[in-house]
Write a protein that binds this ligand. Structure first.
Ligand code: BGC
Length: 248
């Protein structure tokens, strides 16, 4: 099936049609920059432009950086707080009548990785993080997603973990990979004691420099970088349509 994968994030919206059997992106990704403080209506204008660009009338999967129930935003860390209570499904339905699924962005990255990347065929508990502006987390048990986990918001040295160990914090505080890996390692040690994962997958932009910092990890759990890079959010958003069909 071909699904339009849309990834709403801190720097804007990106999207492309995806073949959900192969995980392949079928047309060049379109990215529209929108400030993270933008009102929901403004962000949705970018989504509308995307639908028009691809002349899309088929199924849509949309990733969003917050917790959701039935497509409605319950909680979010880093975008405009006016998103809370908004139904993204209803907003998207205004533009088409096809199947629409909305999923947490890290869950989307996880779905992509479990289907086509480092988590493929992995049993047991798999924990995936994306560490960009915030820390997003996805937990899988024998390949099945436990949706909406917000382990980026656990406490670490008196702070919300994502305010201490995200990639954005590394840049803001000019931390070396060693200094930052120490924080991430401490974070993983906490996660290890809470979830005892069989595998940790590091996704998002930081997976690309894995070789630079992996030697600093001490946590007794296998840690690997994600295989799908920047487009995991789009691919996984598209895959969420399949995952939600399987649930029904
Ligand atoms: C949000 C998560 C999201 C993560 C990455 C966090 O601040 O609470 O829902 O997955 O950022 O975007």
């Amino acid at each position: 099936m071909n699904v339009l994968g849309i990834d709403i994030g801190g720097s804007g919206v990106k999207a492309a049609p995806v073949n959900t059997k192969t995980g392949k992106i079928l047309q060049p990704v379109l990215k529209i920059s929108v400030q993270k403080s933008a009102e929901p209506q403004e962000m949705m204008k970018a989504v509308k432009k995307i639908l028009l660009h691809f002349k899309w009338t088929g199924p849509i999967g949309c990733g969003f950086p917050g917790s959701l129930r039935n497509g409605k935003v319950l909680f979010l860390g880093n975008l405009n707080q006016n998103w809370v209570g908004k139904s993204i499904t209803s907003m998207l339905k205004k533009h088409g009548k096809s199947a629409i699924t909305v999923v947490n962005d890290a869950d989307a990255a996880g779905l992509a990785e479990m289907n086509f990347g480092a988590g493929k065929d992995k049993k047991g508990v798999v924990f995936l993080i994306t560490a960009g502006t915030g820390i997003g987390t996805a937990v899988f048990i024998d390949g099945k997603l436990l949706p909406n986990t917000e382990f980026g918001h656990i406490e670490l040295r008196g702070k919300i973990a994502e305010k201490r160990a995200s990639a954005a914090v590394r840049t803001e505080q000019n931390l070396t990979y060693k200094e930052w890996a120490f924080r991430l390692d401490e974070y993983f040690s906490k996660i290890n004691k809470l979830l005892w994962p069989d595998l940790i997958i590091i996704g998002g932009g930081i997976s690309e420099n894995f070789k630079e910092y992996k030697k600093h990890f001490t946590v007794p759990c296998r840690i690997v970088p994600a295989k799908l890079k920047n487009n995991a959010g789009i691919i996984g958003a598209a895959m969420s349509v399949i995952a939600s069909k399987q649930k029904k």
